[in-house]
Design a protein around this ligand. Structure first.
Ligand code: 1PR
Length: 535
């Protein structure tokens, strides 16, 4: 590595650390993993990425004597970089799992964002920093956005103000990074913040390196609306994993061969969208409901290769539920999700299984804790769990004709209907279920979902715009972020959905795969329209 010494990484195996490893390697450094407390004390330069729950992290650190080693390493002013939870554990304690003690190096208690002031929790996305003098590793960030994904944060106070090197605003002003001598920690994810984030890592890894400043200072001021590129993936009839795209969820060409639409190779396309400025990349394994994902190794390979060069958040969905394979071996949904996280996913998305979990919960009124949604969000934190809804519009003459929440529609139905409800489906739209998108969204929020991916079968692939009525119905129903999806066909569709609804992000597939509109053009349009976006 550049200065001969490897970087020591304290990875306690709680989430996607693969991307951080890839970022460190991308910057030309080798990695030495901590196996024992001595490895911490002997480290030249130590990075501690914290992912998952505070209590889990402290359990692991206390159990094997690492907490003590970490404290003395930091108290000796040795080069240290904590990331996300790796910042939070430096404080006295956190309220995340009841009151749990941290390392107690910085005064203050880590507390949950207050969603009562209209700010959706978790805080997911690209926000601006207010950087203080002498922050060093943040010297190239300027007014560029960096990526946050957390529900808890440390607050500035007189007792910890000397530690603070930057803050960020989300409802209130929270601590975005701390620094004292060689000891640094950041609440955001530098390994997921594109080039700006890589510059933070590079300055920590090699303080003497001369860095070409980013061409402009950036224009970030608050949490940006996210533009997400979505790749529907499945095997084609020759067994190759291809990026495909449905037309109202029908992915087959209307040719004699009726073959699966093939829009390119997943890893190449994802890499291209990262370069084009996508704020996140989502893979949807659309035949996951029948093929066993862990047997379906190519999907894990796609994630491993993609995470080598894509330094923005990766979400993967499709087939995340309990499985029993052909040999009768049972795999819990937690095992399936863990394999995806280990392969480089930052978030997983659950479709069909979340519908069943919501139906059970609405029927019994009891949270069993056994659903995939509850298990995965308990272990990895709800900010790592997205629920993907596949609703189809059902027009109504009278909203009281059904027991589900209906809404007035902007465009009347074929027989002049002025209302509709949105029926949830499973198995890629193949089967309608007795539950509405409104009821599902509220139920999964209570069961621990951190975000909603809101598709619309009617609009999928039509290129005529998002279903604004549906998106308003759902964004007004929950206080977690909602990703609008299905129907994008022009840059105006993106500004329309952000102007008319409280969607936190807009996801599109066909418009990008068909090379009709580059991602950069969408962002320039949003910027011109005065909508906060990461340029
Ligand atoms: O049920 O947990 O196995 O998850 C299956 C996942 O795969 C779900 O997220 C479901 O939405 C998705 N899925 C299943 N079948 C299809 C299909 O198209 N036959 N994709 C499918 C649904 C999603 C994307 C995107 C927008 C953008 N389409 O294409 O969300 O529709 O499309 P556009 O911008 O081109 O209009 P599980």
């Amino acid at each position: 590595s550049a200065d001969g010494s490897a970087v020591t990484l304290l990875d306690y195996g709680a989430g996607n650390v693969r991307s951080l490893r890839n970022a460190i390697r991308h910057l030309g450094f080798d990695i030495k993993d901590v196996q024992s407390p001595e490895d911490i004390l002997n480290a030249n330069r130590l990075i501690f990425p914290g992912v998952g729950a505070f209590a889990t992290a402290m359990d692991v650190l206390n159990k094997n004597g690492m907490a003590e080693a970490l404290c003395s390493y930091i108290e000796n002013d040795r080069p240290f970089l904590g990331i996300c939870l790796g910042l939070q554990v430096l404080f006295e304690s956190s309220e995340e799992n009841g009151l749990v003690n941290g390392l107690g190096l910085i005064p203050g208690v880590v507390q949950r964002f207050d969603s009562s002031n209209g700010f959706r929790v978790p805080h997911i996305g690209w926000n601006a920093l207010q950087i203080r003098e002498g922050s060093e590793i943040l010297d190239d960030v300027g007014n560029h956005h960096v990526y946050f994904v957390h529900s808890y944060r440390a607050m500035p106070s007189d007792k910890n103000k000397d530690w603070i090197s930057s803050t960020s605003n989300y409802g209130d002003t929270f601590i975005a990074s701390v620094k004292r001598g060689n000891v640094h920690a950041v609440q955001f994810h530098p390994e997921k913040s594109g080039d700006v984030g890589l510059s933070v890592l590079r300055r920590f890894l090699n303080p003497k390196s001369q860095i070409t400043k980013k061409p402009d200072e950036g224009k970030a001021s608050k949490l940006a609306k996210r533009v997400i590129a979505c790749l529907d993936v499945r095997t084609n009839d020759n067994g190759d994993l291809v990026v495909t795209k449905g037309d109202q969820y029908d992915v087959r060409e209307h040719t004699k061969e009726n073959e699966v639409r093939n829009l390119g190779k997943p890893v190449d396309l994802a890499g291209q969208y990262y370069i084009d400025g996508a704020d996140e990349v989502s893979f949807l394994n659309i035949t996951g409901f029948r093929d066993f994902p862990l047997g379906d190794l190519p999907m894990l390979e796609v994630l491993r290769y993609t995470s080598e060069n894509v330094f923005v958040p990766l979400t993967v969905g499709g087939g995340i539920r309990d499985f029993t394979d052909v040999n009768g071996r049972h795999y819990s949904s937690l095992e399936v999700a863990s394999e995806y996280f280990r392969s480089g996913a930052d978030k997983i998305s659950i479709g069909s299984d979340a519908v069943y979990a919501a139906e059970d919960y609405l029927r019994s009124g009891v949270k069993t804790g056994k659903s995939s949604l509850e298990q995965i969000s308990r272990v990895y934190g709800n900010q790592a769990v997205v629920v993907s809804i596949d609703p189809r519009r059902v027009y109504l003459k009278d909203p009281n004709d059904v027991e589900f929440k209906a809404t007035r529609v902007s465009n009347p139905g074929p027989n002049g209907e002025e209302f509709a409800w949105y029926q949830c489906t499973v198995n890629g739209g193949r089967e309608g279920r007795p539950i509405g998108a409104y009821e599902l969204a509220k139920a999964v929020e209570e069961l621990g979902a951190g975000e909603i991916l809101l598709n619309c079968i009617d609009c999928d692939g039509q290129g005529k715009g998002f279903d604004i009525d549906l998106i308003k119905l759902i964004t007004d129903a929950v206080s977690i972020p909602v990703i609008a999806s299905s129907g994008a066909g022009a840059v105006e569709h993106f500004s329309e959905v952000f102007r008319k609804t409280n969607a936190s992000a807009a996801l599109a597939a066909g418009i990008f795969h068909r090379k009709e509109v580059p991602i950069q053009s969408v962002k320039e349009h949003l910027f011109k329209e005065g909508i906060e976006v990461r340029i």
